[in-house]
Design a protein around this ligand. Structure first.
Ligand SMILES: Cc1ncc(COP(=O)(O)O)c(C=O)c1O
Length: 477
């Protein structure tokens, strides 16, 4: 099993590919989610520490019978929860090939062609964002890591050693920014939450007021984080205006585009992102809106030297001998990781194998699905929108006639129950958001398989699940 023969590899491969084809072919007939328990899953897993091997077929059987049914089916066209990409077979093959080669992208000489491929695909992403030719970047585990890198570069470049550093970001900003501030010793409490407008975008007057008040109080403002698609509602902050404020107060401008930045590829959304190309750094996730399987996040920065200043580290055991320029490229000088998997292969295969035209079309179709849901909700008499649709995220509530005169608290409690019941039902999957203190059902279209019809099925599923449970919920009080 440790070192199988070529024939064994072929046999295993055939079984795996057979599974993959059947699984993806039958996705629509599966539920998105099956309610389960830790005990039920454990009952399908042999807990004894293995000493003797079992056959590959036995391993695949456990995967097929215990792992797959008790996983959320993230590739399902009605998986609308969180910010979840579906993955794609091309990338699954790329991951298989990357692990087969087992390249470790530490420096150019350790993985010459893989590092070149990473630099090439990073440059393609730079072009997608419209950054200048000198800009650089790196693939990382995800948006949280990309945000951490952006904030670390900001502190290195703009932060001075004395005084309390301050970061500004809207109250809708993802928690990974606060986490980065905590990890970098800046402190969560030094991330200032700026108020948002009725579309959940940062309010520029409040941003300027907060910076001014901090300067007067002796703090050191050094970074502003702009959202290119918030996690709750998909709001895109006014990026060009934020750039102007960053200039005025000499702040580093980091854009969190982990969810939304690839929507710059869609004609109908492009104008929202004007100014993103002027940022100092951008976090964006190919494992979100490029449909790739986890993990592949990306950070793009205007000045690679700023990344080097934050991350370069000399050690005798990593010293480089006799190499120059391109061939002396040291990946660990630009980010926190040393060992790095070959993430670029799946990005390259996707971009090259599918092409930007088809990807832009898929993103445009996701936007159209969210807009379709919004117009159906606005035309209905039993749903209401909780936020305007900006990209492919939609937040709404179910408020049938009998609930119309109830308190907001009662309506929220009903929707919370409805969300849990919908998830257990399995036909469609939503998550939730809290907006202005109110509970909202929240969905995000991030799958090239999702159609306008799926949005209609989602509303029908909610109505069906609600009517099947209302009497029980009423009895339970
Ligand atoms: C806006 C935003 N930023 C950052 C993140 C974190 O990304 P990751 O899960 O890849 O670390 C997310 C995740 O959903 C996000 O939506």
């Amino acid at each position: 099993m440790l070192d199988p023969s070529a024939d064994e590899i072929r046999d295993w491969g055939n079984s795996v590919i057979q599974f993959m084809a059947d699984y993806l072919g039958g996705l629509r007939d599966r539920g998105v989610y099956r309610h389960t328990s830790s005990r039920e899953i454990r009952s399908g897993l042999d807990a004894t520490l293995p000493t003797n091997p079992i056959e590959f077929d036995g391993l695949l059987k456990v995967f097929r019978e215990t792992i797959v049914p008790f996983s959320r089916q993230n590739a399902h066209p009605r998986m609308f929860g969180y910010v979840q990409s579906p993955g794609t077979p091309l990338a699954a093959f790329a991951d298989l090939l990357a692990s087969t080669l087992n390249a470790n992208l530490t420096v150019w000489r350790s993985a010459p062609a893989p590092v070149e491929l990473e630099r090439l695909t990073i440059d393609w992403i730079r072009q997608i964002l419209g950054f200048n030719a000198e800009a650089g970047g790196l693939f990382v585990s995800g948006g949280s890591m990309a945000n951490l890198i952006g904030i670390a570069m900001a502190r290195q470049t703009k932060g001075c050693s004395s005084g309390r550093l301050r970061i500004y970001a809207s109250s809708e900003t993802h928690f990974s920014i606060e986490k980065a501030a905590a990890l970098l010793g800046i402190g969560r409490e030094n991330v200032c939450h700026v108020a948002v407008d009725e579309r959940f975008r940062i309010r520029m007057d409040d941003l300027v007021a907060k910076i001014g008040a901090d300067l007067e109080a002796g703090y050191v403002p050094f970074c502003v984080v702009a959202n290119a698609g918030t996690v709750n509602t998909g709001a895109v902050d006014p990026l060009a205006e934020i750039r102007e404020i960053a200039h005025r107060f000499q702040l580093w401008m980091h854009v969190d585009g982990s969810y939304g930045a690839f929507a710059v590829l869609a004609d109908s959304a492009r104008k929202l992102f004007a100014g993103m190309e002027q940022a100092d750094s951008v976090a964006l996730d190919p494992h979100k809106w490029l449909y790739l399987p986890v993990d592949v996040g990306c950070v793009i920065y205007r000045d690679p030297e700023a990344a080097r200043a934050a991350f370069a580290h000399e050690a005798e055991y990593t010293r480089m001998f006799g190499e120059e320029a391109d061939e002396a490229f040291v990946c660990w000088d630009y980010g926190p990781e040393l060992s790095r998997r070959f993430r670029a292969l799946k990005v390259w295969m996707l971009l090259k194998g599918v092409g930007l035209d088809r990807l832009s079309e898929a993103i445009e179709s996701n936007l159209a699905c969210a807009r379709h849901l919004e117009s159906m909700v606005r035309a209905s008499d039993d749903f209401e929108m909780a936020a305007p649709v900006e990209l492919s995220i939609f937040c709404f509530r179910y408020v049938p006639g009998r609930l119309r005169n109830e308190s907001p608290k009662a309506i929220d409690a009903f929707n919370e129950r409805l969300l849990v019941a919908l998830q257990r039902d399995g036909s469609s999957y939503l998550s939730n958001a809290t907006l202005g203190g109110r509970f909202a059902l929240r969905g995000c279209v991030l799958n090239y398989r999702t159609t306008l019809r799926d949005m209609e099925i989602l509303l029908d599923d909610l109505r069906r699940v609600a009517s099947g449970n209302t009497a029980r919920w009423a009895a339970a009080g």
